[in-house]
Ligand binder design. Structure first.
Ligand SMILES: *C/C=C(C)/C=C/C=C(C)/C=C/C1=C(C)CCCC1(C)C
Length: 250
């Protein structure tokens, strides 16, 4: 068979023809996969409770890698957004990011109630977001606003609620720095998603970008937030591990 025809069948022509959306799916998949391997392997370099945090980072990027594998193929074959895969991915990975916050603040008395509130808010955000993306042009602003309420609640918890209060009680500068960076991810990094959502027909940015650019926003945001978030956790885990080892050695 002629190789061009074969490439055409699996949609590889989109990459050959430098379709930016296809390329970001391709790179996104490799980046998530490589990060998952990194976090799993690095578990052995950190102590005790930090192993769980790195395990969760590995799961977040690993689950995303599997979804990107399917989303990439879906996009290359159909040329449309893999919305259902996207939301299944987020429904698994966003609650796991809430678990990361819980694990960080647990030594200072975080309760599972806080974790439950964060997870419920993220489910509100994602379920209404999914309805908004799939229910057509008339309602997507309404559902987008509903989703934003869930999002703002998470921002509130991290800046002024339980998570903020508990991390203030820590006397570790490393943990405080990590919390500061995670707040930036939640406010700036996560805000890329609603901006992407607004390119949908009938929404505030429709017409400014092509509809397919929603996946450019989402792919970029996922890489920043899932991998970046994991690296922040990794750096505090390494710093705290080294500190403990020095104390033990002295
Ligand atoms: C790894 C995946 C992450 C961190 C996904 C985060 C997703 C959001 C913060 C999505 C937010 C949305 C809104 C705030 C309003 C419009 C609909 C959404 C779902 C795109």
């Amino acid at each position: 068979m002629n190789t061009l025809i074969a490439a055409d069948l699996v949609g590889l022509d989109r990459i050959v023809n430098s379709d930016p959306v296809a390329i970001t799916f391709f790179i996104g998949y490799m980046a998530m996969f490589a990060s998952a391997v990194f976090f799993f392997v690095e578990r052995s370099s950190v102590d005790g409770k930090w192993k769980t945090s790195l395990l969760v980072s590995g799961l977040i990027t690993g689950i995303a890698a599997v979804h990107y594998y399917y989303m990439r193929d879906f996009y290359m074959i159909t040329g449309t957004s893999p919305t259902a895969f996207r939301y299944v991915d987020w429904t698994l990975t966003v609650p796991l990011m809430c678990v990361e916050f819980y694990l960080l603040t647990k030594p200072f008395g975080a309760k599972t109630g806080t974790l439950t509130k964060l997870i419920l808010a993220s489910l509100l955000m994602l379920i209404t977001g999914y309805i908004g993306e799939t229910s057509g042009i008339d309602n997507n602003i309404f559902w987008g606003v509903a989703s934003t309420i869930g999002y703002l609640y998470i921002v509130y918890e991290v800046f002024a609620g339980d998570v903020a209060r508990l991390s203030k009680e820590s006397n570790s500068p490393e943990l405080k720095r990590a919390m500061f960076l995670l707040k930036i991810f939640i406010t700036l990094g996560w805000s890329i998603y609603p901006i992407g959502y607004m390119v949908l027909p009938g929404n505030l940015l429709s017409g400014v970008f092509e509809v397919s650019s929603i996946d450019l926003f989402y792919n970029l945001a996922d890489a920043i937030n899932k991998i970046g978030f994991g690296l922040v956790i990794y750096s505090v885990a390494i710093a705290e591990t080294n500190k403990m080892r020095k104390v033990k050695a002295a």
